[in-house]
Ligand binder design. Sequence first.
Ligand SMILES: Cc1cc2nc3c(=O)[nH]c(=O)nc-3n(C[C@H](O)[C@H](O)[C@H](O)COP(=O)(O)OP(=O)(O)OC[C@H]3O[C@@H](n4cnc5c(N)ncnc54)[C@H](O)[C@@H]3O)c2cc1C
Length: 209
Amino acid sequence: MIAAGIKPRDYAVSATRDYVPAGVDLIEERVKEFDPDGNKIVTESGKPVPYDFLIVATGLKLDYDSIPGMDVNQIGKNGMGSVYHSPAGAEATWQAMSQFTQTGGVGLFLRPATEMKCAGAPLKYAFITDDRLRRAGILLCRSGGERGAPSAKALDGKGYKQVYVVVDGFEGDTVKDGEKKNWRLVNGWKNSGLPWSYAPNKAKMYLPQ
Ligand SMILES: Cc1cc2nc3c(=O)[nH]c(=O)nc-3n(C[C@H](O)[C@H](O)[C@H](O)COP(=O)(O)OP(=O)(O)OC[C@H]3O[C@@H](n4cnc5c(N)ncnc54)[C@H](O)[C@@H]3O)c2cc1C
């Protein structure tokens, strides 16, 4: 959610103590030593804590070093991102992704083949990004009259935030002289610098139900 720009960085930060029920003592220290024979653990400050039953749930340790070519310092730079590293890393990933939605290109989305902290996170991220990319660039070419602006407004109401309406004529104003006289080539959408095509690619069309 953070790496997709939907939630702010602090959305993922909370305190364990807020989830501990009444009647449970939370010792906010790391376990330094397990002593199964003596039925006790020892905390980092050297405090022994005896137990009847011990449940160890220390979670998974991220191991970016085992990914060839991965450098966590590159997260958010040169088009690299990661949803797992940290809230700051997720925020930096969103900045990279936000840029990618403007420039386009080839996007590669990877999922660890090993144990992982959330199998769904990389998939969700790929789907959200796909949605963002589909919404990123919508070009409306005015086909005469006043239809462009209301159409853009309707799309904006549906959540499409980058709708371009080219208002300088249909294909373009007519050329006055020369070989291409009367062709609609001046300042139209052909000359707008925005992506356009006579043959929309159906595979790339997004048709909300
Ligand atoms: C980006 C992302 C998205 C996710 N999305 C979802 C989701 O949508 N739905 C879902 O169900 N799950 C999701 N998950 C997975 C979920 O967060 C984890 O499965 C869950 O947090 C694992 O809980 P855990 O208690 O086993 O480990 P952790 O949450 O990692 O907790 C382990 C705890 O042990 C502590 N610890 C470690 N060593 C010591 C020590 N020596 N002494 C004392 N304490 C120690 C750690 O500090 C930590 O607080 C997501 C995870 C990520 C990273």
